[in-house]
Each structure stands twice: as structure tokens, then as C-alpha cells.
Design a protein around this ligand. Sequence first.
Ligand SMILES: Cc1ncc(COP(=O)(O)O)c(C=O)c1O
Length: 377
Amino acid sequence: MAVYPTTAGLPALREAIAQWCERRFSVPAGWLDPARHVLPVNGTREALFSFVQTVAQRGADGLVVSPNPFYQIYEGAALLAGVQPHYLPCLASHGFNPDFDAVPAQVWQRCQILFLCSPGNPTGALIPLDTLKRLIALADEHDFVIAADECYSELYFDESAPPPGLLTACAELGRSDFKRCVVFHSLSKRSNLPGLRSGFVAGDADILKAFLLYRTYHGCAMPVQTQLASIAAWNDEAHVRANRDLYREKFDAVLNILSPVMDVQRPDGSFYLWPNVGGDDAAFCRELFEQQHVTVVPGSYLLARPMATTRVPGVCAWPWSHRWPSASKARSAFVNSSHAKSGNLPGSHDLCRASFQKRIINLEPKVISQAQPMPLA
Ligand SMILES: Cc1ncc(COP(=O)(O)O)c(C=O)c1O
């Protein structure tokens, strides 16, 4: 307690993280040097933001390229670093991943940082391993950095098929220096520890050296007690499997209720539902709240302006409800809504989606089957 923690973190934490990466992403032993390839961060949100401040070159004709819809920090980080954000639409027709083959060479040429999010927030889509390898080749060709936000990587459904990550792609390509590749991981989702504020960044040693230097000014060393708790969490998979089991059960329960009436599929990973609500997504979310006191976020609010054709994102509906929303309520609101009545159901355009986030999935099945109105807080 009498000394400051170091920004680089305890060697034991970096060691535990490097070993977890080796186990989880089949990285050959010894490739990840804990001293050079790993940095603890206080959750990935601050790291995603500060990473862009370190890597982006203000004033150049650069771009920070990200999926659309996306986790809002990518855009804010780009704007505050003085670099223009550029968005790649994630359409249903392309499995809710960007169509990277359709990106013009001029965009790759101007790209400084490419954000990936797999499994994605909010669509839950996974980026296939082959695509990750192709993107690494593009990063080499056009000299940009890939920032892979993989904070949902441990929330998946098939225990026999954990999703690959950018480190898996590096391992398969024999890229032992992880050049131009950086991954972001968190205990917030994997271990259900968002309050701990603990994650890490791993990959290219030259980039992490600059990032570490930036962070010494930024003043964000992780408290030692958090580091010790994090070592225990990265070294244990039993609680992560138990967490996945619970999510699986909750997704099953919610999908049983919603899928007979809504166009909604189980995502590849993460804890979001991304149902097609037909017509006006904001109106649907408003009605759901007014009638049933269930808070969800309109999909169009998670989109950047160029794609939001029906609405521009304005005041954002707060996605993390403090009440217990219920899938039954969402179902009855949908069935009674003008969206269902108008017959404007599956197949309508990509914007008409709502993001049902963690809380709705967190319900116990018995709570889901109750459809009592909740008192407003
Ligand atoms: C895609 C994505 N990345 C990063 C974060 C940040 O998580 P944390 O800062 O808790 O690690 C979140 C949080 O919801 C997220 O959805």
C-alpha cells in the first residue's frame, strides 16, 4: 500500500495473462513474452480509448475504420484523437459482419486503425478465422494496425468450438511477432466482473511499448489488489464455464418466448439479442417501455449517421435497465404493436432492430414467465 503500483503491472499478472492466451488461442508456448507483449488495463473501455490516442496520427489523412453498428468508444476515441472515423456496415445479408472485400483500396490506404469486434456488440456475429488472416495480409499491405476487441470471446454457446481470435490467426500464420495486431480482453464479461475494472491488451511489442509510455502519463496503473484478484480469475475456467451455462439456459428461455412471434436468432456469441422488430425501432422501444416498462435500445441508436436512414441517433435510450425486463412483456408488446399488425416482419431492413442486452438475458426462467407490470423506479 505504501508504494504506487507500476503501469506495466505485476510480472505474475502478465505471466498469467500470457499463459491464458496460449491456452485459449493456441499460441505456441514462448511466443508471448509477458514483459513485452502483454499490458494490464483497467477494463477495455479505457484501453480502447487510450490506445487510439497513442496510435492515431492526428492531422494526417487517416481513418479509424470500425464496424457499424459498433461500441461507441471506437468513434469517440477517433474523434478525440483528431482522426476521422469510417464505418463499415454490418448487414444481415453478410451475417452482420462487414463485407471487407467491398472496402475500396483507398480506404485501406488511409486506414490507421481497423477496429474489429468479435463476437460483436450488438449483433453477436463472429468474424471467421480466414477473414482474420486476410485482414492481417491487408494490414501488412497497407500498413495499418488491427485493434481486435474480443471482450465477448468467452461468451459462446458450443463448448467444443470456442471462437477464434486475432491471436489464433497470428499463431496459424506463424506470426510470432504479432506485428500490427493487438487484442483487447476483459474480465467484465468472461468472469462477470465489470466492477473489478480489469482487462489486458496483448500483441505487437513495438505498439505496446508506445502504449505503455502513453499510459505512464495517463496515470492508470491497476491497483495491486485488483491485479491479484485478476490473476486468480485468468487462471480459472470453471467459473467461466458456469457463466456460459447460465447464459445458454437464459438464451434458451428467452428465445422460446420470443422466437414464435419475432424474427430473432441466437447470436454466435456475446449476451445480446438483435431481433428484427419490423417498422420503426425507436417507436417499438418507446412502446415497450411505455406499456411494459422494459428498457431496450433501438438498433439505429447504435449506428453511425451515414447508415441511419430512418433516424439519426439522438438521445440514446439507456440500455442497462435497472429494472428486470421480461421477455414475456416484450413478446406481448410486440404482438400488440403496430409493427406486428402491419405485417412488417422478417425480411425488413437492417435498421429495424432492437438490442436486448444483458439484463433481459439475466432473468431467471421463472421470472421470464411472469408478465406482471413492474413499478417505475
Ligand atoms: C464491445 C465492447 N468493448 C469493450 C467494452 C468495455 O468493457 P470493459 O471496459 O468492462 O472491459 C464493452 C462494454 O460493454 C463492449 O461492449
